[in-house]
Design a protein around this ligand. Structure first.
Ligand code: ZN
Length: 94
């Protein structure tokens, strides 16, 4: 439990370290710029997810959907192996 200066009305409001907490004076979110950045980041992540090759869309047939699930599965394994190798290289002495 702390206090944060409201970016909208400039008064000090109590907040729970949560960017979505609202100012007790004007009712605006206390996060201000930080909250905007956070929301933008979340939207970008969502967009990247939708653009993702194996993202299953509502328009996909069940055949395409299962193909994408398999593709996603192997991609996950592939990335796990790659990161393991990278970790191994980093962990090796010299
Ligand atoms: Zn305020």
């Amino acid at each position: 439990m702390g206090q944060k200066k409201c970016p909208h009305c400039g008064k000090w409001s109590s907040w729970n370290m949560n960017l979505t907490d609202r100012c007790e004076h004007c009712g605006q979110p206390l996060g201000g710029k930080d909250l905007e950045n956070q929301e933008r980041r979340e939207q970008e992540q969502l967009k990247n997810k939708e653009d993702w090759l194996f993202a299953i869309k509502e328009t996909d047939s069940s055949f395409v959907a299962s193909l994408k699930k398999i593709g996603n599965f192997f991609y996950t394994i592939f990335m796990a192996i790659i990161s393991f190798i990278l970790w191994l290289i980093a962990a090796l002495p010299g």
